[in-house]
Design a protein around this ligand. Structure first.
Ligand code: HEC
Ligand code: HEC
Ligand code: HEC
Ligand code: HEC
Ligand code: HEC
Length: 276
């Protein structure tokens, strides 16, 4: 495991392990050094982004050592460390909005579009609508015209389809509500995954069973890294990426290892891969 930072309550928890990458915290932490020192006023560097860090503590592998200033604020501890507003600012800023951390988040959409019906029962391929998913970072959500390929004739007079017809007439796009949304400081790229044989199902679950889309996975940093460290069991030949029912007819890990070797697949765990 490499350096991992997470914020629980009012503490920053930093775990260090065998780092394949170089992480810098105030310049004092890297792959060979299994100890980090974060002192007040310094910054944490993630890729090109510098995050100010207002607290201060020292930690060694497996053990959290509080700095001297903790002794000074101890009398105040009853009132709570929450008295240090900087921690809270940091916490609110990076603590993850419900839309990115809540498994099960499922906002109501302007039209009750069902993946279960269209992708499941009718068997439409994901790429029919999400046309850029193999070639771009962003997986395009289809414009009204794609729906109208069929709904110009199908479902005439159906109430639920009225907003679609209105959008077609006026040219105003339908305002679909985002379900998955990583914080802005995280870089994600669909094509990098889909074209290397990571299926939609690994990250979005059984969309073809969903009446209304919900977030199936945590999408936390630890979750991303879990696969980046050991992608083999979750790889397949890229022609099957949108087949959510596909199962390997051999040991998935053996297949994955072969694919990694043949295609030179080796996901990076460098901070700058996802924080640039
Ligand atoms: C007929 C068009 C169509 C097909 C086929 C389709 N989708 Fe969608 N998809 C949509 C539309 C429209 C939305 C936005 C509304 C919603 O979230 O339900 C959407 C939303 C999504 C979202 C959520 C996006 C967000 O806001 O975070 C995911 C994930 C998704 N689709 C995955 C898939 C997968 C995987 C497949 C193939 C199994 C698929 N879709 C097939 C039209 C389609
Ligand atoms: C390949 C053809 C096709 C495409 C593309 C398509 N649909 Fe459908 N849709 C259907 C069919 C077929 C039904 C089922 C109609 C029925 O059961 O009477 C349906 C049903 C629906 C329904 C349920 C209402 C009803 O008539 O039962 C909604 C809502 C809907 N579609 C919205 C959309 C939206 C929004 C899009 C674009 C993102 C879209 N559809 C794209 C073929 C399509
Ligand atoms: C490795 C994980 C992963 C895979 C594989 C994956 N997605 Fe996503 N998807 C995500 C994440 C994470 C987001 C949120 C991205 C963001 O907020 O920047 C997302 C967002 C989306 C969106 C909303 C638009 C966007 O790009 O933000 C759609 C639509 C979508 N995915 C469809 C698909 C389809 C279809 C497939 C399979 C062909 C697929 N995804 C494969 C992780 C994945
Ligand atoms: C199920 C496995 C899996 C998950 C989950 C996953 N990834 Fe990946 N990721 C991969 C693989 C495989 C590659 C391709 C590595 C290669 O090409 O050598 C990759 C590559 C990438 C790249 C490299 C793109 C480039 O241009 O080099 C980025 C960025 C990335 N992932 C971000 C993320 C983020 C952010 C998350 C979590 C939201 C995530 N990944 C979750 C497997 C995964
Ligand atoms: C594979 C992609 C990926 C890599 C590599 C990665 N991160 Fe992250 N990181 C994320 C994602 C995704 C989030 C957002 C998590 C959330 O929304 O809950 C995140 C969030 C964070 C946060 C905000 C605090 C938190 O836990 O929410 C910090 C700080 C951070 N990363 C530091 C790092 C450092 C330092 C490294 C290098 C050791 C690193 N990251 C490598 C994907 C990655």
């Amino acid at each position: 495991m490499c350096l991992e930072l997470s914020i629980t309550s009012v503490y920053l928890v930093c775990r260090l392990g065998s780092c394949s990458s170089t992480a810098r915290i105030g310049g004092a932490c890297n792959s060979s050094l299994r100890m980090a020192e974060v002192v007040a006023g310094q910054t944490i560097t993630i890729g090109s982004r510098r995050i100010p860090w207002f607290g201060g503590f020292r930690l060694t592998t497996g053990r959290l050592l509080f700095p001297e200033w903790v002794n000074r604020v101890k009398p105040l501890a009853g009132a709570g460390l929450a008295g240090i507003p900087a921690y809270l600012v940091f916490l609110l800023y990076f603590g993850g909005s419900p839309t990115t951390t809540d498994v099960g988040y499922s906002p109501k959409q302007p039209i009750p579009f069902s993946h279960e019906q269209h992708a499941g029962q009718m068997g439409l391929d994901c790429r029919y609508c999400h046309t850029t998913v193999e070639t771009a970072a962003f997986a395009a959500v289809p414009p009204t015209s794609v729906c109208m390929n069929c709904h110009r004739t199908i479902g005439e007079g159906v109430n639920e389809l009225q907003p679609l017809l209105q959008s077609d007439e006026s040219g105003d796009p339908i305002r679909w509500v985002r379900v998955h949304d990583l914080p802005d400081y995280v870089y994600f790229d669909h094509s990098a995954h889909v074209s290397r044989g990571v299926s939609c199902v690994s990250c979005h679950g059984r969309i073809d069973h969903m009446e209304q889309v919900y977030q199936a996975e945590r999408l936390s940093m630890a979750w991303c890294l879990e696969c980046h460290r050991d992608p083999a069991p979750r790889l397949r030949s890229s022609e099957f990426v949108t087949d959510l029912t596909w199962i390997a007819n051999e040991d998935p890990r053996a297949l994955g290892r072969r694919l990694m070797k043949d295609h030179g697949i080796s996901p990076s765990t460098d901070c700058s891969t996802c924080h640039r």
